[in-house]
Ligand binder design. Structure first.
Ligand SMILES: [Mg+2]
Length: 413
């Protein structure tokens, strides 16, 4: 089977951008954090910081203990999006991009005369060079080349930083045997335990399992077959159906960790989620709120999470979603220090598949929401807003886009 896909994964992307922008950070342990709070976690670590055992997800108090001279930088979403687009431009000077999978991952198809290993490797080296010269020398990437996207991603993960790995059909499946089950994208802890319960504890066993066994593990004939094919280099549909949920969340900076501010930020997230829902052409049938509270003082504080959801008649207007959020907020536990707020809209249904409400009030609420979007698109994101969020319209700035990258537009981000 020919090599068909080239997968690019930027190394320690956010930390590398920080090092590219600030030469004083180069060669030093740097971690990027979403907000300046002792309860937060690192969302990226430079390779110098990784040597101390700091990873994405390491709590900041622990990171400081592992590396006392660690440099912490607060994430700058706007900057990462700018770099993301510059990287796309650089890659496209060599190969077209088929899909952007996240802010630091993309996949390119290999054309019919690019499918021999030698030619594909030359293209990968040209991409690395284009990123280095057009974006900056701190931006390194790991590239994987394989017969399908899944294996190309696995190959990219095999060597970091600045790796280049080719998996040909001749290498398969033996080249995968040295991996752990959870090295494969899509296998997390739960799935790993389920694989164990079927006697599959190694990638070798996974690769030799029958479709029937895989279907039993994944509890779906379709998914079992899909894994069987992916492991053998067959390109399968990515299974990306229509969107099923839409969510926004925010870790509150210390000054906003009180009920009034937490509520206002939650409302701001609800506005944002409602606007996105309309922009993407969906209605929601279920609104969920999640909160987390700090329970005691000190750097290693214990926390309590809480969440609730309620069904609503299918809607995409801001007032309907705000009402649901307000109702849920009032059923929260009586704890004084919220530090995290989140909203999830689920049971999404494409708007074109819904029947519009016949009630005047609903129609007015919908018309109001679309007017709101039109004014804000023209005059800036907060030109027109509900009074509930007035003091917090700048709170909860766009979070780091791991999987959803806005087009660069200073009005939007
Ligand atoms: Mg990466």
């Amino acid at each position: 089977m020919a090599l068909r896909k080239l997968f690019i994964d930027m190394n320690a992307f956010f930390a590398s951008v920080e090092q590219q922008e600030n030469p004083r950070l180069r060669g030093r342990p740097v971690a990027v954090i979403p907000t300046d709070a002792p309860t937060t976690c690192c969302i990226a670590a430079s390779y110098e910081a990784k040597r101390y055992g700091i990873r994405t997800g390491t709590p900041v108090w622990q990171a400081r203990r592992l590396c006392p001279h660690l440099i912490l930088r607060i994430a700058d979403h706007r900057r990462y999006v700018t770099f993301h687009h510059r990287i796309l431009d650089a890659v496209e000077t060599v190969l077209p991009i088929e899909r952007v999978l996240s802010i630091d991952e993309m996949v390119c198809p290999l054309g019919t005369n690019e499918r021999e290993a030698e030619r594909a490797v030359a293209l990968a080296l040209a991409i690395k060079q284009a990123i280095r010269t057009r974006v900056g020398p701190c931006l390194t990437c790991s590239i994987g080349i394989a017969p399908n996207t899944f294996l190309a991603k696995v190959a990219a993960d095999m060597k970091k930083p600045d790796g280049l790995t080719v998996l040909t059909t001749g290498d398969l499946p033996e080249a995968l045997y040295r991996l752990q089950l959870d090295d494969l994208p899509g296998i997390g802890l739960r799935l790993k335990l389920r694989l164990h319960s079927y006697g599959i504890t190694s990638v070798r066993q996974l690769c030799t399992a029958s479709v029937t066994t895989l279907a039993a593990v994944w509890r779906s004939r379709k998914l079992g077959l899909r894994w069987y094919q992916m492991l053998r280099g067959i390109e399968v549909e990515d299974g990306q159906g229509p969107r099923r949920t839409l969510s926004h969340s925010h870790v509150l900076p210390p000054p906003l960790r009180n009920e009034a501010d937490a509520y206002a930020v939650l409302m701001r997230l609800a506005h944002k989620a409602a606007a996105r829902l309309r922009q993407e052409g969906y209605c929601t049938g279920c609104v969920g709120v999640s909160l987390a509270f700090l329970l005691s003082g000190g750097a290693r504080r214990s926390t309590q999470r809480w969440g609730a959801a309620c069904r609503i008649p299918l809607a995409d207007d801001t007032p309907a979603i705000l009402h649901a959020v307000a109702r849920l907020w009032h059923s929260r536990p009586p704890l004084p220090t919220p530090f995290y707020v989140g909203i999830v809209l689920s049971e999404l249904c494409p708007r074109r598949c819904t029947t519009p409400s016949l009630f005047d009030d609903d129609q007015r609420a919908a018309a109001l929401s679309y007017t709101l979007d039109a004014v804000n698109a023209r005059c800036g994101p907060h030109a027109l807003h509900f009074a509930t969020i007035h003091h917090h319209r700048q709170s909860a700035p766009p979070r780091i886009a791991f999987t959803q990258i806005p087009q660069f537009d200073p009005h939007l981000i």
